[in-house]
Design a protein around this ligand. Sequence first.
Ligand SMILES: C[S@@+](CC[C@H](N)C(=O)[O-])C[C@H]1O[C@@H](n2cnc3c(N)ncnc32)[C@H](O)[C@@H]1O
Length: 246
Amino acid sequence: MSTRYDTIGRTYTATRRADPRVEAQIRDALGDVRRVVNIGGGTGSYETAGPVIAAVDPSPVMLTQRPAGSAPAARAVAEHLPFPDRSFDAALAIFTIHHWSDWRAGIAEVQRVAGRIVILTWDPAIQDHFWLTREYLPEALTDEQFVDVTFPELDAALGGIRVEPVPVPADCQDGFFAAYWARPEAYLDPTVRAGISCCSLLDQDLVEARIAKLADDLTSGAWDERHPGLRDEASLDVGYRLVVSA
Ligand SMILES: C[S@@+](CC[C@H](N)C(=O)[O-])C[C@H]1O[C@@H](n2cnc3c(N)ncnc32)[C@H](O)[C@@H]1O
């Protein structure tokens, strides 16, 4: 059972919580359902997007950070779900599928236990345009610790999908990788980086060297010269996508 989040998830809730605008989009995608399971549910973010009655996650460190009163959570992986067939009307898989060791087996299991599936993931082709990836940390998206899952592959595995862009608000409350696109100073904070697996799973000497370059560019004004007006945008498409099964 993967427990990488037992190491990198210790301070997760310091910076990671549901953003209300992203959550509203997830709620719309779930639609009118009664029983929802949260796969890779971790600390419970986004479970108020719908009637979540159960969650699974392999990491005890993540599970122990779930707030009191949240849905009962089992220690399990997507690839082996401890539920009978058709236990749920829908399943959530938020920022998790790229961590699954066998995503096809996970999707097959989720299809066995649930009806509609709502996945929040990213499009690497678009996230490649994000300034942090392009100018400072290209390794963040090519890291071999992440599983590549393409939309055509998801389409085939799920028998049809709808893909929606998830615009990221400038003041996004959930500190995922590109959440701070308009607040570059945030990436200088080690606690912010600890909540972002594409930073925390990389070699930390490399990350610190690249972040030192960012710090220099912020001090000299070079970052603002390269990104005129970016701090004033309200939201940005940084490649996040909601994938909803047909
Ligand atoms: C970035 S966190 C996302 C947690 C939560 N969904 C959220 O939005 O905050 C990724 C989660 O996926 C979990 N995970 C890793 N491998 C998994 C697997 N094979 N099946 C289910 N969850 C897994 C991790 O333990 C971690 O809690």
